[in-house]
Write a protein that binds this ligand. Structure first.
Ligand code: ADP
Length: 459
């Protein structure tokens, strides 16, 4: 080991991919681990990952404490947790578990990644778990100072005078004030984080950031002198994030959204290069499975069909009636997939989804469709598919579990936020021992031609 420089802990699955994608684009070779990698104590060696907390229906029993090593020789690894909306105690336990694994891999610096809207569990007494997790990581790392900034200007999240903006409005006017699980009613991040922390929270404002590394370092020393341990940092542009990067070089822990990632690889002598996103060459058959009903995915399915693509819709009501829809879909795909990419989708427009949910229940319909699509993904890989696009966040979680994928190396970006990934042979549990390429697209990501464009990126 010893090669790994940055170890990241992300509080959700798509957030992990977002961070990994930014690191790759800034010049790092990155692996994303699904949950904390863990080998089994007994039985034959096989890939396994602790189940993602709260994810329904696709859990792998966790039995061992043996450390599973990294799949590839990389600069950074991102452990994807699902800790954003769980209790602080659970989030701390999962994050410390991830930290221990990252330390065992030799990580020199730790990056705790949260959402660019800075939201997390908010119920009753709990004012969020970003603060508690940050403090637990500081304690474990013996770290007396860290920063916190969700700024991600590429995604229109900026921090000015400690206030978080989403687009042109303050966070608490952006709709986030009404979020059903994690409402954000205050845009002042110093106040928000202070309410979650026992340590003192301060601010490094844009006048300091604008003056660069030396000014930021000086401000940190000043804040430490005032008893501050965590500083919110202003950033309204990528230039601000790039100026911030060098000042973070010696911090054992950085906490941020995915934006700060663009300024870190340079600290390790790395710069953007096509090498960072290089994956093993792609081979095998091509397929798309889609369980996303988001507007963008609906457009992408339509676009694929209009271009003459081979597509099959699956009907949740037939699954509920006991029909083996997965077997039907696989029988349909078998003769076609040898010649061209196939698409199997449950994607439907809002009205149709509501009607199904009304008959089956929201949870039940979702879980049933996820299980079916995961079984189809598994079957397609058994038929020889080695380039698989999955549409839908929850759907991706189900498919990754069904395919036994515990780690993925991050490759070239297809559209913003969605890279191709490569999973090693054992991890993918493929029948012929070859690894596979997989792209996980969350709902509203990707242009209309995404399902066609994806395969051209690998060609
Ligand atoms: P997204 O990223 O677009 O939100 P997800 O996969 O996270 O997509 O969520 C979509 C949810 O909708 C999943 O639980 C999926 O099983 C469910 N679903 C998919 N198709 C249908 C459908 N036709 N009717 C009802 N629910 C569906």
């Amino acid at each position: 080991m010893g090669k790994l420089v940055l170890g990241c802990i992300a509080d959700d699955f798509t957030g992990a991919t977002d961070l990994a994608n930014n690191l790759v684009r800034a010049g790092m070779r990155v692996v994303q681990a699904i949950g904390v990698p863990e080998a089994r104590r007994a039985g034959p060696p096989q890939a396994s990952a602790r189940p993602l907390g709260g994810q329904r229906g696709h859990e792998v029993p966790s039995v061992g404490a043996e450390i599973l090593p990294l799949d590839a020789d990389v600069d950074a690894v991102v452990v994807a947790l699902k800790s954003r909306t769980i209790t602080p105690a659970e989030a701390i336990a999962q994050s410390l578990d991830a930290l221990r694994w990252l330390q065992a891999q030799g990580a020199q610096q730790i990056y705790f990644k949260y959402c660019s809207t800075f939201d997390s569990t908010f119920t009753g007494e709990v004012r969020g778990n970003i603060g508690p997790v940050t403090e637990a990581l500081m304690e474990a790392l013996n770290c007396d100072f860290t920063i916190a900034t969700p700024a991600f200007p590429d995604n229109k999240r900026t921090v000015f005078k400690g206030y978080l903006f989403a687009g042109d409005v303050l966070l608490n006017e952006s709709g986030m004030q009404n979020h059903p699980l994690t409402p954000m009613t205050d845009a002042n991040l110093v106040r928000v984080l202070q309410a979650q922390c026992t340590r003192k929270v301060g601010l490094i404002d844009h006048t300091v950031v604008a003056r660069g590394d030396a000014a930021i370092t000086e401000r940190i020393a000043q804040l430490k002198g005032e008893g501050v341990s965590i500083a919110i940092v202003d950033a309204v542009s990528n230039d601000d994030l790039l100026r911030l990067g060098p000042a973070l070089a010696k911090m054992p822990l950085v906490t941020a959204g995915s934006g700060v990632a663009i300024g870190l690889p340079a600290n390790f002598g790395l710069s953007p290069s096509s090498q960072a996103s290089a994956l093993p060459s792609a081979s095998g058959l091509r397929a798309i499975v889609s369980g996303s009903c988001s507007l963008a995915t609906n457009r992408q399915v339509l676009d694929f069909i209009q271009r003459g693509g081979a597509a099959l819709a699956i009907d949740p009501l037939r699954i509920a009636a006991g029909v083996d829809v997965a077997a039907e879909a696989l029988a349909w795909a078998a003769p076609l997939v040898a010649r061209q990419p196939v698409l199997v989708y449950s994607t439907a427009e809002a009205g149709a989804v509501k009607s199904v949910q009304g008959k089956l229940g929201v949870e039940e319909a979702g879980a049933m469709v996820e299980r079916t699509i995961a079984a189809i993904a598994r079957g397609l890989v058994d038929q020889g598919v080695r380039q698989l696009v999955v549409a839908g966040g929850e759907t991706s979680g189900a498919c990754v579990q069904a395919l036994g994928i515990a780690q993925m190396q991050i490759g070239p970006q297809i559209d913003p936020g969605v890279p191709w990934c490569h999973a090693r042979a054992e991890a993918a549990k493929t029948t012929d021992g070859a690894g596979m390429h997989i792209a996980l697209k969350s709902g509203n990501f990707g242009g209309d031609d995404f399902f066609t464009k994806a395969f051209t990126v690998l060609a």
